[in-house]
Write a protein that binds this ligand. Structure first.
Ligand SMILES: [Mn+2]
Length: 429
């Protein structure tokens, strides 16, 4: 079940094939002079995948307003179709990350098969105790897992256990937990007791994890709480993960740190202690902006991947990070933004793969500062676009996914098929 015509993709690829072959050959010669095989890099690009969040295909919003886009997905079925387009054209987004209760259905086995028809599987499931649902008995206004009152904490634990059960049916093997719990006023709550409440409740979720599952804990500096947040930084996150046990790991969302924080160093630390769960990729200028990956600071994205590829190369212990996009698209077509972001993330991964790790270690050993730095820069400024395009084309995707998407007229078609509905949810965590 292909949302876009394969014939259209084929004819567009055919039109661009000669120029692609020329660019690929030229880059191949340049990389060969540097001792790198373009074919093995292309294979590496073809093996790469990053998960798309189901909420990312809808238009996001801010706390001021949401400006709905035309032909938005109305439910999980529409969302899977849109994620299917992203995978069909880019071939680098083979899983989706669902969010509950937003993506609830009555038959998860059927949903799993529906996703498989688009070539999609399910990544980590996300719980939601940061808003109240219709008919919910206790409110999360003053918190969920860290709430002052035990019945509210128990309700939040129960929801997470339900998410695990749904995820099990979908073939997922991880639960991502982000809570908005915190305070807006000094004195509102006891800072220590809140964290103790969280740890006790999280331990009950942890106890419900199947043997092969992981629990991803996501920290975020502030928002919706603005005075204190329970899991505000990687320190609190690491304490929680270490307290809970080996199946709990720390998820890094690139927008959830103070401005100018050295995120790549946090990544290195978490890798070193075997506690890196994975990523929520996006970009940021000031805070949790959820801008498109690589759109503000592509060099930082590269430096994060430099740590990841370094860890992969040296076979770091317990290193199998889950990669996911977490963005809010307010002024672009979400499908275009997600395709562009997936390609930027793959680009950073590939650029980091160009670094000669042995030569870099030698320069570091000799304290040859500029040589070491220039090795990173040489990798970063290499335009690997022809490799990414080749990988897409060989896997049956589009040479230029955004051009193919526009030529297919998918959005206009969906605008006719999907009348707008009021109150559709969008996520910003
Ligand atoms: Mn996130």
């Amino acid at each position: 079940m292909a949302p876009i015509s394969d014939d259209l993709i084929g004819s567009l690829n055919h039109a661009g094939a000669a120029a692609q072959a020329e660019d690929y050959a030229a880059l191949g010669r340049q990389l060969a002079r540097r001792g790198l095989s373009i074919d093995s890099l292309t294979e590496r690009a073809m093996a790469w995948t990053v998960a798309v969040p189901t909420w990312g295909v809808g238009t996001g919003g801010t706390r001021f307003a949401r400006f709905p886009g035309p032909g938005e997905p109305r439910n999980i079925h529409d969302k899977l179709e849109d994620c299917g387009v992203i995978q069909q054209l880019t071939r680098g987004t083979r899983t989706v990350s669902p969010h509950f209760p937003w993506d609830k259905v009555s038959d998860y086995n059927a949903l799993r098969q529906e996703a498989a028809q688009y070539g999609l599987g399910f990544d980590a499931v996300n719980s939601n105790t940061f808003q109240d649902q219709l008919g919910q008995s206790l409110s999360y206004k003053f918190g969920s897992l860290a709430h002052a009152q035990a019945p509210t904490r128990a309700q939040a634990v129960e929801h997470n256990l339900e998410c695990i059960e749904i995820g099990r049916q979908l073939g997922s093997t991880a639960l991502t937990v982000w809570i908005g719990d915190g305070t807006n006023f000094a004195g509102q709550q006891n800072l220590t007791r809140m964290f103790e409440n969280y740890l006790e409740a999280a331990a009950q979720i942890y106890a419900g994890l199947p043997a092969d599952w992981l629990m991803f804990i996501e920290h975020k500096m502030y928002e919706p709480a603005f005075y204190s947040t329970v899991i505000s930084d990687w320190g609190s996150n690491l304490i929680a993960a270490q307290t809970l046990g080996p199946k709990a790991k720390c998820l890094v969302d690139l927008g959830h740190h103070a401005p100018n924080t050295n995120i790549e160093q946090i990544v290195a630390r978490l890798v070193q202690v075997g506690k890196l769960a994975g990523f929520h990729f996006n970009d940021s200028k000031y805070g949790d902006d959820d801008l498109d990956a690589g759109s503000v600071d592509p060099f930082r994205l590269f430096l994060v991947f430099n740590e990841l590829v370094d860890a992969e190369t040296r076979g770091a212990k317990d290193f199998r990070p889950a990669y996911m996009i977490d963005q809010s698209h307010n002024v672009t077509d979400p499908i275009e933004s997600l395709m562009a972001s997936a390609m930027e993330i793959a680009r950073a991964y590939l650029q980091a793969s160009l670094v000669d790790r042995a030569a870099l270690a030698e320069a570091q050993e000799a304290n040859d500062v500029l040589a070491a730095h220039r090795m990173l820069k040489a990798a970063y400024i290499t335009d690997v676009s022809p490799i990414l395009a080749e990988a897409r084309m060989r896997a049956g995707g589009a040479l230029d996914p955004i051009a193919a998407y526009r030529a297919a007229g998918y959005r206009a078609q969906k605008t006719a098929e999907r009348p707008a509905v009021a109150g559709s949810s969008s996520g910003i965590v």
